[in-house]
Design a protein around this ligand. Sequence first.
Ligand code: BEZ
Length: 196
Amino acid sequence: MLDTTALNQQRNFFEGHAAIWLFGYGSLIWKADFAYLERRPAYIHGWERRFWQGSHDHRGTPEAPGRVATLVRSEGSICHGMAYRITPEVLAPLDVREKNGYLREKVALTFVDEKTSVAEKSSRTEQSEGLIYLASEDNPAFLGDAPLDEIAQQIANAHGPSGPNRDYLVNLAVALRELGAKDAHIFALEQQLSRF
Ligand code: BEZ
């Protein structure tokens, strides 16, 4: 396992800032067990969500790893999620919790402002820089692509200290529907999962 905790603590993209936007695209969408100042639905350009990261310590075990979300670059795509405005000290425990290959990266967020009317929305987009935790293909836990039915079967069979891998995928699909977000990979996987 690559322990990325120390590496992340050097990735201080927002040094000196009193608050930071953290963009959640996986479990952070529905489960934020940290203090935050505010949260807003948002999206990022040029990325797609994929169940390509192995999980040996949360949703699986070293013997039977689960699969959890990461992002892959994809020009023209957008990935919906939830942005949390946090104080910088919130990141340290997240660096420890997400130590298995996830590194902090800087991204541009676009907020989906629920308070504005449809007419206003088209003429007004609000943006900010923010952070994501990204597991890229060079980390040892990265599993990469596989046929959807194989990914779904692996998820159906995996359990870890944070619970069944199945719950992670189902909770993510429910949360994305609540956000009104489209995500063909996640919804196709959810459908495949129902077979196992
Ligand atoms: C997320 O929900 O964005 C996330 C959670 C844990 C690790 C990486 C990303």
